[in-house]
Design a protein around this ligand. Structure first.
Ligand code: GLN
Length: 196
């Protein structure tokens, strides 16, 4: 069975653990850098990207997380996690892991739409997916190797680039575990190919 870690510095951590466990994989909460050696894939949860970054620096996670991504092990970033993965953030100068070739905008849906739910079609996952957005970012530009999986109101809200997957919404907050299953399958495939 594959082992998926959920970065446990801040944010919606336990909900991801539950969702991974419901998808046929083992899950652990990652609070120490050494735990990255025990896992086959990693989830960067939603929360607050600036707070998460402060804790990433405080616990020495920045380079180890970049290296984890560079080995080809899958990473799934949700909401703030998507912001952590991006190479560019349009409304601020600092970036974080810079693993996905995309430009994101934080808090992109505006005040009236602070939190909302929307029915999405997500390529390869579901065509009737109820997505929960909370002060969500969106992706405004993707590089040529980034594959768009879902849009909402012309904004890109889910994408994939090699081992990296991201959503602007929170897939762990509902009982619909199809995205977690999609990620677990990706982790299984990568474990097989990295073992070759
Ligand atoms: N607005 C948050 C940020 O900029 C993300 C919100 C979320 O993860 N639900 O980091």
């Amino acid at each position: 069975m594959v082992m998926v870690g959920v970065l446990g510095l801040q944010g919606a951590v336990r909900e991801h653990v539950r969702s991974i466990e419901a998808s046929g994989a083992k899950a652990i909460i990652v609070k120490k850098v050494e735990q990255l050696d025990e896992i086959d894939g990693l989830i960067l949860p939603g929360g607050e990207s600036t707070t998460m970054r402060r804790l990433i620096d405080q616990y020495g996670f920045l380079e180890p997380l970049r290296q984890f991504g560079q080995t080809g092990k899958p990473i799934f970033g949700t909401c703030a996690g998507l912001i952590l993965l991006a190479k560019e953030i349009s409304n601020q100068t600092t970036t974080h892991l810079g693993l996905m070739d995309m430009t994101v905008t934080r808090n992109a849906f505006g005040r009236q739409k602070d939190s909302f739910e929307a029915a999405l079609s997500i390529e390869g996952v579901a065509d009737d997916y109820n997505a929960v957005f909370i002060r969500a970012p969106y992706i405004e530009r993707v590089g040529e190797d980034v594959h768009i999986l879902a849009t909402y109101d012309d904004a890109i809200v889910a994408a994939e680039e090699g081992p990296f997957l991201c959503t602007a919404f929170h897939p762990e907050l509902t009982e619909d575990h199809r995205l977690a299953k999609y990620f677990v399958e990706k982790v299984k495939e990568s474990k097989k190919s990295l073992a070759r």
